[in-house]
Design a protein around this ligand. Structure first.
Ligand code: ASP
Ligand code: MG
Length: 423
C-alpha cells in the first residue's frame, strides 16, 4: 500500500486535477489518496464562517463565489457529462446553505469544523468522480467515519486504535479500487466533524500510512522537494536529496512550509519513508525523508516566516510570576489555536512572535488585554537558519533591523523588520 497526498495547489484547477490523474494512473499497486480542499478554499470557508458569525449579508455572495469556483472546475472536467457530479456537489453545498440561513450555534469551534470540512468533502467527491470517468476505479471514503478523534474541535486528537479498525474496513470494502479520502478532517465517535489543525492533510496521510503500515508516502507539492530556502525569494535555493525524520521535524517546526509538523512522528514510528515531490515533475527524485540520512542535511537551511507580529505582555499588576503568567498566556493561545513561533521573557515582560493573519488575532489580543498590558509590532519577519554559518547570517540578516535574536548550537532565529508600535 502506498499513500499519496495532494495539497490545495495540486488541485487548484481543472488542469491541475488532470495532472493529478496522470500521476495516479502511473502508479502501481494499492493506493490511498489523501486530498485537500481546492486551492485556497479553506481560507475562503474560514472567512465565510466569520461573516456568518457577524450576521453579515455578504455571506451569501461569499458562498456563491465558493460554489462558482467548484462549478467551473466541474464543468471543465466533465463537460457535457457533468450533471451527475453537479447534482452531487449541489447536495453538499445545500448543507452549507442551510447553515447560512440559520444562526450559528454559538459554539465556534464545532461550527468551524462543520463548515470548513466542506472544502475537503467537495474536492474529494469531484476528484474521485473524475478518476472514475477516466476508467480508474475509486472508493470514496468519508474521513469523518474512519479518522476517529476526540472532540477537541479544530485541533482534534486521533484515536489510532479505532481509526485503524475503521480504515482497514474501508480498505476491504474498496477491494482493488483506489481509496480517495479527505485530508485534514475527521469525526468523533458519534460522527460529528472535527479537523486536525490548518494544513493538516499531510498529517492525515501520515496517520493513514501508519495505520496501514504503508510502504511509503509521497506528498506532491509545487516545489521539487525540500529546499535550502524558498526559491521564490532565493533563486539559488538547492534541493536536499535526503534528510532524517528528526531534521524534517525541526524544519517544519521552525516554519518550513513543506510539511506539517505532526506528519513525521507516525511515519518515524513505523519507519515509513516520506517523499516530497513536485507534481510538475513526477519523475524527479524529490526529497526522501527517512531514518538514516547523510551529512548533506547539515547545509544551512533558511526559513522565513512573513507577516509576523511581536507581542509584548506585561502583567497589569506588575506581579510577575513566570509559571502563572505562562499558563494564562498559553491557555489563551490554545483557545484560539494560535501558534507561538518564538518566546522571550525578561523580569517584567513576555515577548511572543506569532503569525499576524486569520480572524483570531484581534480576539486573542483582546483576551490578553484582560490580564496584561499589550504592546505589539507588526509587519515583521521571523528568519530561522538551521545549521547556520557566519556567512549565512551575513547574507540574510546583516542589513536587517533585528528586534529579537535567539541562538542555539544548531539554529539561530531573528525577528526582523521596520516595525511601528501600536497598543
Ligand atoms: N485544506 C486545509 C488547509 O488549507 C488542510 C490542508 O490543506 O492541509 O488548512
Ligand atoms: Mg489547503
Amino acid at each position: 500500500m502506498i499513500v499519496y497526498k495532494f495539497g490545495g495547489a495540486s488541485v487548484r484547477s481543472a488542469e491541475a486535477i488532470r495532472n493529478l490523474a496522470g500521476i495516479v494512473s502511473g502508479s502501481e499497486g494499492g493506493l490511498l489518496l489523501v486530498i485537500s480542499a481546492f486551492g485556497k478554499m479553506t481560507n475562503a470557508l474560514e472567512s465565510l464562517l466569520e461573516s456568518w458569525y457577524r450576521g453579515s449579508g455578504d455571506r451569501y455572495s461569499m458562498f456563491r463565489q465558493i460554489r462558482d469556483y467548484h462549478e467551473e472546475i466541474i464543468t471543465s472536467l466533465f463537460g457535457e457529462g457533468s450533471d451527475c457530479v453537479m447534482n452531487d456537489f449541489n447536495r453538499l453545498a445545500s448543507e452549507i446553505e442551510v447553515m447560512l440561513e440559520g444562526s450559528p450555534s454559538g459554539n465556534y469551534d464545532p461550527d468551524y469544523d462543520r463548515m470548513v470540512s466542506f472544502g475537503e468533502l467537495a474536492s474529494t467527491r469531484i476528484v474521485s468522480s473524475y478518476l472514475e470517468s477516466r476508467g480508474t476505479g475509486t472508493f470514496w471514503a468519508d474521513a469523518r467515519q474512519w479518522l476517529i478523534t476526540d472532540n477537541t474541535h479544530r485541533e482534534a486528537n486521533v484515536d489510532f486504535t479505532l481509526s485503524g479498525e475503521r480504515l482497514r474496513k474501508v480498505l476491504s470494502q474498496a477491494g482493488d479500487r483506489i481509496v480517495v479520502t479527505q485530508g485534514f478532517i475527521g469525526g468523533t465517535k458519534d460522527g460529528t466533524a472535527t479537523t486536525l489543525g490548518r494544513e493538516g492533510s499531510d498529517y492525515t496521510a501520515a496517520i493513514a500510512a501508519n495505520l496501514l503500515e504503508a510502504s511509503c508516502v509521497t506528498v506532491w507539492k509545487d516545489v521539487t522537494g525540500i529546499l535550502t530556502a524558498d526559491p521564490l525569494y532565493y533563486p539559488g535555493a538547492e534541493k536536499l536529496d535526503e534528510i532524517s525524520y528528526q531534521e524534517a521535524i525541526e524544519l517544519s517546526f521552525y516554519g518550513a512550509k513543506v510539511i506539517h509538523p505532526k506528519t513525521i512522528k507516525p511515519l518515524q514510528n513505523k519507519s515509513i519513508p516520506l517523499y516530497v515531490k513536485s507534481f510538475d515533475d513526477p519523475g524527479g527524485s524529490g526529497t526522501l525523508i527517512h531514518g538514516n540520512a547523510g551529512a548533506a542535511e547539515l547545509r544551512p537551511v533558511l526559513i522565513v516566516k512573513k507577516e509576523q507580529m511581536l507581542v509584548s505582555l506585561a502583567p497589569r499588576d506588575f506581579s510577575f510570576v513566570v509559571e502563572d503568567c505562562l499558563s494564562r498566556i498559553f491557555a489563551v493561545f490554545f483557545r484560539y489555536r494560535m501558534k507561538v513561533n518564538l518566546i522571550q521573557h525578561s523580569a517584567i515582560s513576555f515577548t511572543i512572535c506569532m503569525d499576524n493573519g486569520g480572524p483570531f488575532v484581534s480576539r486573542l489580543l483582546d483576551d490578553l488585554r484582560g490580564d496584561f498590558r499589550v504592546l505589539y509590532n507588526s509587519g515583521l519577519e521571523l528568519i530561522t537558519i538551521r545549521h547556520y554559518t557566519q556567512a549565512s547570517i551575513n547574507e540574510h540578516v546583516s542589513r536587517r533591523d533585528v528586534l529579537v535574536e535567539q541562538r542555539s548550537r544548531s539554529t539561530v532565529q531573528f525577528v526582523v523588520g521596520c516595525p511601528h508600535t501600536s497598543s
